[in-house]
Design a protein around this ligand. Sequence first.
Ligand SMILES: Nc1ncnc2c1ncn2[C@@H]1O[C@H](COP(=O)(O)OS(=O)(=O)O)[C@@H](OP(=O)(O)O)[C@H]1O
Length: 203
Amino acid sequence: MPRTLEGQITMEKTPSYFVTKEAPARISSMCKGTKLIVVVRDPVTRAISDYTQTLSKKPDIPTFESLTFKNRTTGLIDTSWSAIQIGIYAKHLENWLLHFPIGQILFVSGERLISDPAGELGRVQDFLGLKRIITDKHFYFNKTKGFPCLKKAEGSSKPHCLGKTKGRTHPDIDQEVVQRLRDFYRPFNMKFYQMTGQDFGWD
Ligand SMILES: Nc1ncnc2c1ncn2[C@@H]1O[C@H](COP(=O)(O)OS(=O)(=O)O)[C@@H](OP(=O)(O)O)[C@H]1O
């Protein structure tokens, strides 16, 4: 990490930290005051999004439905499949709480980041002790993209949406499989709501 001067904040983004066993101890030993921000979304949609991303790079992989189960007849879910495993947020969070107090972690709702980006970024700015500089007036809803975009990108006067790899169309998944996954995640989601004190409304 680069040196941080007075009045500066150093930020780093690596999605896999949240699910990496060694990460909390390593980050804590580097700087135990580090503030942590985790963006979470409905684990079922997250799993489908994850699969969609892999499919775009490897079009020959098996279907989502077949990868979901260890045994489709018994309905046993393959929790070793990373797309499924990553969404068990309560388990990953337990590992972080061994090294960080819960107040040092901000949980951002992936759903609200889309429906109310300024509101969610307001929470981020408060958490970081920053003035609320980014507000509603920085965003507009781009109908073609189907997502909020920035009215002006940094250092430019032009609007800016996230790239083609963000906001891909997901394949249709068998609704029975989706329901089975909803049932699977429910207890873990409830535990996660309890641990964070936030109801993300995924059920
Ligand atoms: N404003 C805006 N524009 C486009 N996309 C948005 C936006 N806000 C949130 N999202 C959601 O971000 C999802 C992609 O982010 P990831 O976390 O998968 O990115 S990363 O590759 O892990 O960095 C991406 O998931 P998919 O829809 O599955 O592609 C989006 O739903």
